[in-house]
Design a protein around this ligand. Structure first.
Ligand code: NAD
Ligand code: WQD
Length: 347
């Protein structure tokens, strides 16, 4: 069974990737400093996948700890998710974002090179495209990120692109995620943001469960079907399975790719709210407010390249995304504040 190092593996997307890796017959090893996650995820993954992932509590900027990790285990590949991801924080603390997301990536690459591990799947983001001139967005569209977070992703993509050209031994996949939502269908792992959620789905889920009073709908005057912003929401399990497909591609023919992971269709804020109301059988009170600064009207992927090259396609629809997010939220109403220990269902 091959080992895969998953940096940021205790986080929202990383935990789901670990579950998908085990299902694919691979052994995830989580490397995470828990700045935005909880080690309770390890036990949950063990219950879910029947395999307790090895957990290394360490920082990706720490060369010594990286070397120790690579010395103890032979890795077939690395999936690099560890990063800071809050757009607003990145405006307020750009140095911290460049340090973790760019310097952290450099430290990881240097350690991989020392250990002679040269296969990497990197978590990039649709945010690299900024305000695209047209939708759907293809991989060859210009990258024009609108905030420091997006610029850290572009910087890391550029480093990886240059590395792949300079040293042909590397096999690298840049995966640009659109809007990952939902949770594993067990309700054991899911998204658990700190403080007030910045993203739409966790906010809706917290309103539905009664932790917040109403959802602020940011902008009703966009040139879209109903005036609210349109995004490409993708089930986190589809996204996770896209990583397994990318690893398989790199293990066979792939050398360097940049691929969109999205469904290819956009949904408005109101369409998502209504889907969540159906899934939860709860009413979501709304307050219509001004546009949020920096938001674009419409953003959705052309996923044809990933569909063709990786033999992968997002399959789960918005009703499934909301049903799974609701199961996770209602089984874990307080999230990390109760250390994810209560309400664990038998699965
Ligand atoms: P997350 O915050 O849940 O997961 C990131 C993990 O990285 C956390 O567990 C955190 O503790 C860890 N981490 C942060 N800094 C670290 C460091 N210095 N050393 C070691 N570990 C560190 O976020 P997520 O939503 O799971 O995102 C995972 C990746 O996907 C990130 O790279 C993010 O930029 C990217 N991404 C996320 C989205 C999204 O909407 N969630 C969209 C596109 C791309
Ligand atoms: C979705 C829609 C909002 C909250 C962000 C990052 C991006 C990527 C994914 C990491 C928009 C509206 C939201 C709310 C609302 N992350 N909304 N009320 O902005 O598409 O992307 O997360 O790479 O980089 O920018 O996602 O979930 O914040 O917003 O009306 O309380 O919901 O205006 O139309 P976004 P989001």
């Amino acid at each position: 069974m091959s080992n895969i190092l998953v940096t940021g593996g205790a986080g929202f997307i990383g935990a789901h990737i670990c579950e998908a890796l085990v299902r694919a017959g691979l052994r995830p090893v989580i490397y995470d400093n828990l700045t935005n996650s909880s080690s309770a995820v390890i036990e949950r993954l063990e219950r879910l996948a029947g395999l307790r992932p090895l957990f290394i509590h360490a920082d990706i900027r720490d060369a010594r700890q990286l070397d120790t990790a690579f010395a103890h285990t032979t890795f077939a590949a690395v999936i690099h998710l560890a990063a800071l991801k809050a757009v607003g924080d990145s405006v307020a603390q750009p140095l911290q974002y460049y340090d973790v997301n760019v310097a952290g990536t450099l430290a990881l690459l240097a350690a991989m090179r020392r250990a002679n591990v040269r296969t990497l799947v990197f978590s990039s983001s649709a945010t690299v495209y900024g305000e695209a001139a047209t939708v759907p967005i293809r991989e060859d569209f210009p990258r024009r990120p609108a905030n420091p977070y997006g610029r850290t992703k572009v910087a890391a993509e550029d480093i990886l692109t240059d590395l792949a050209h300079a040293e042909p031994g590397w096999r690298i996949a840049l995966l640009r995620y659109f809007n990952p939502i939902g949770a594993h269908e067990s309700g054991l792992i899911g998204e658990d943001p700190r403080g007030v959620p910045g993203n739409l789905l966790p906010y809706i889920a917290q309103v539905a469960v009664g932790n917040r009073n109403e959802l602020n709908v940011f902008g009703t005057d966009y040139p879209t079907r109903d005036g609210t912003g349109v995004r490409d929401y993708i089930h986190v399990m589809d996204l996770a399975e896209g990583h397994v497909a990318a690893l398989e591609h790199l293990a066979t023919t792939g050398r360097f790719i940049a691929a969109n992971l999205g469904t290819g269709y956009g949904l408005s804020v109101l369409e998502v709210v209504h889907a969540f109301e159906r899934a939860s059988n709860r009413h979501i009170p709304l307050r219509f407010v001004a546009r949020r600064q920096g938001d674009v009207a419409e953003c959705y992927a052309d996923p044809a390249f990933a569909n063709r090259l990786l033999g992968w396609k997002a399959e789960r629809d918005i009703d499934r995304m909301c049903a799974d997010a609701w199961r996770w939220q209602s089984l874990n109403p307080l999230g990390r504040s109760e250390e994810l220990t209560k309400g664990i269902p038998n699965f």
